[in-house]
Design a protein around this ligand. Structure first.
Ligand SMILES: [Zn+2]
Ligand SMILES: [Zn+2]
Length: 164
C-alpha cells in the first residue's frame, strides 16, 4: 500500500490539530502534503517563498503504515514552530511533549525502515550482529567490495560483512 494524497492531507490536518491542542503554535503550513518517491528520507519540512504559506511538508509515498505516517508528519509539523527548524533543544522538547501526550514516537531521525523500500546492500557486523542498510553504493560498500579491513562496526569496531 502506498500513501495517497487524501490520506496524507487528512493526517496532516488531524496531527496539526492535536499539536495545537497542546498549546503549541505551529507555522503556516500548506494544507496539501507533497508526496515524493524518496527512498532515503521519510519526510522534510521546506520553507516556502509564498505569501500564503510559510512551509510545505513533503513525505515519501513509501511510508509503510499509518503510525509511521503520523510520526513523520508530526516530526515535520514541529519544524514549523518558531525556533524549531533544526533538531535542537526546543524541537526536542516539543517532540517529547507530543510523544508523551499522544503516544507518538517522534524521533530526531525518522527511521527509513518504516518505509516500504528494500535496501540495495545490507552490511552485517560479524561480532555484534548489527545490520546496516544502504540504498546506494557509497564509500562503505566500495571498501567492502575491495575487501578493505579499514571499515569497522560503528558500535563495537567488529569486522563487517557485505550481504548483498
Ligand atoms: Zn527533522
Ligand atoms: Zn558490531
Amino acid at each position: 500500500m502506498y500513501i495517497t494524497q487524501k490520506i496524507a492531507d487528512k493526517t496532516l490536518l488531524k496531527v496539526k490539530s492535536e499539536i495545537e491542542q497542546l498549546g503549541i503554535q505551529v507555522g503556516k503550513i500548506k494544507p496539501s502534503v507533497k508526496l515524493t518517491s524518496n527512498k532515503t528520507t521519510l519526510g522534510t519540512c521546506n520553507k516556502l517563498n509564498n505569501s500564503d504559506f510559510d512551509f510545505e511538508i513533503r513525505i515519501t509515498k513509501y511510508i509503510a503504515n499509518e503510525q509511521a505516517l503520523k510520526n513523520t508528519i508530526a516530526h515535520e509539523i514541529l519544524h514549523s514552530v518558531k525556533g524549531c527548524f533544526n533538531h535542537q533543544k526546543k524541537w526536542k522538547a516539543m517532540a517529547e511533549k507530543v510523544n508523551s501526550k499522544y503516544g507518538y514516537n517522534i524521533t530526531r531521525l525518522g527511521d527509513i525502515s518504516e518505509a516500504n523500500v528494500k535496501p540495495k546492500y545490507i552490511v552485517v557486523c560479524k561480532n555484534c550482529g548489527l545490520e546496516y542498510k544502504y540504498f546506494k553504493k557509497g564509500k562503505v560498500i566500495k571498501y567492502l567490495e575491495a575487501n578493505s579491513k579499514n571499515i569497522k562496526c560503528g558500535k563495537c569496531r567488529g569486522e563487517l560483512e557485505l550481504k548483498k
